[in-house]
Design a protein around this ligand. Structure first.
Ligand code: ADP
Ligand code: MG
Length: 311
């Protein structure tokens, strides 16, 4: 496999409080250090759903107490989440490299992802963010604030915001430069801060970009050799959670699209990963996308584990 990897880190690599996150990123760093030592050049794209939701919620609660607290737009909350998660990841990777006697540098790039303001996603919010509520609480907040909620995989109700397609990544050149320089780069966190073009300028907008799709677009734009999506399962399955469940080892983009049409992948969790994988492999034929668990990061790259998606 080629040497330049974009690694998408799922929510299980982060935990849900600052203390949990600090511990979780150390574990994640431990699973990535072997690849860095082997000479792979790596960009890490992390999720931020729970974190950006909490940051947004904190400002809302504070504003309920004191109207002088400003409304904090989603783009700014995304930027804060990139700084917060970037700090922990950067720190954990640096400490891990130190303890292995490595001098590898780590940098975090605040990243803006350009979306199309005409994207139909703005009419149909789909992306769950923030904490889980009971149905009654969700209905109360929906009535009071005008937010939309959905039931999220049997775990409770969550607010949903628009999730437009990532078109371009403003900092792609900087990210590529840092990666070629040998830095491990943390970039495009949460899929990137959503911005749109108007009058020759970029403006933030209330939306969140799917981190797996952001990672796939970044991998395409910087011409990475592979996209590695690390999540909570070691392989993708068809008939997931059913008696006839079957784990997938190696599939083509055509098979992945067929299974997607047949509804094997849950929207909002596995489906965006499959779409991201298919997008990247189609944009970069001959290159691979692999979906596996954090623990299998190294074995994914050596193709011993995971679900490998090829042209
Ligand atoms: P992440 O935070 O890594 O993005 P998600 O919860 O969004 O994690 O998505 C991964 C989850 O998708 C898995 O843990 C699994 O429960 C679920 N999932 C849904 N459909 C499938 C499938 N067909 N095969 C494997 N996992 C699936
Ligand atoms: Mg997800």
């Amino acid at each position: 496999m080629g040497k330049q990897l974009v690694i998408a880190l799922g929510g299980n690599a982060l935990g849900s409080t600052p203390e949990e996150q600090q511990k979780a990123v150390l574990v994640a760093a431990g699973h990535i250090v072997g690849l860095v030592r082997d000479g792979y050049k790596i960009v890490i794209v992390h999720g931020n759903g729970p974190q950006v939701g909490l940051i947004h919620l904190a400002f809302e609660l504070a504003r309920n107490e004191d109207q002088k607290v400003p409304v904090m737009p989603f783009a700014e909350c995304a930027a804060m989440s990139q700084g917060y998660i970037g700090f922990h990841l950067q720190n954990a990777l640096q400490n891990t490299f130190f303890s292995h006697g490595m001098t590898t540098h780590v940098s975090t790039a605040i990243t803006q992802t350009i979306v199309d303001i005409e994207d139909p996603a703005f009419q149909h919010p789909t992306k769950p963010v923030g904490v889980f509520y009971s149905e009654a609480e969700a209905k109360r907040i929906a009535a009071a604030q005008g937010y939309q909620f959905i039931e999220d995989s049997g775990r409770g109700f969550r607010r949903v915001v628009p999730s437009p397609e990532p078109i371009d990544i403003k900092e792609k050149g900087t990210i590529r430069c840092l990666m070629e320089n040998g830095d491990v780069v943390i970039a495009c966190g949460g899929g990137g801060i959503p911005v749109y073009r108007k009058d020759g300028k970029l403006h933030g907008i209330d939306a969140v970009i799917d981190k797996d799709k952001g990672a796939a677009r970044l991998a395409e734009l910087i011409q990475a050799d592979a996209l590695i999506v690390l999540t909570a399962v070691s392989q993708v399955a068809i008939n997931f959670g059913k008696p006839q469940q079957r784990w997938l080892g190696r599939i083509t983009t055509a098979e992945a699209e067929q299974y997607s049409r047949e509804g094997h992948f849950a929207p909002g969790s596995m489906l965006p990963k499959i779409e991201a994988a298919v997008h990247f492999v189609k944009a970069a034929p001959g290159h691979k996308a692999i979906i596996t668990s954090l623990e299998n990061a190294y074995k994914a790259v050596t193709e011993e584990e995971g679900t490998i998606i090829t042209a």
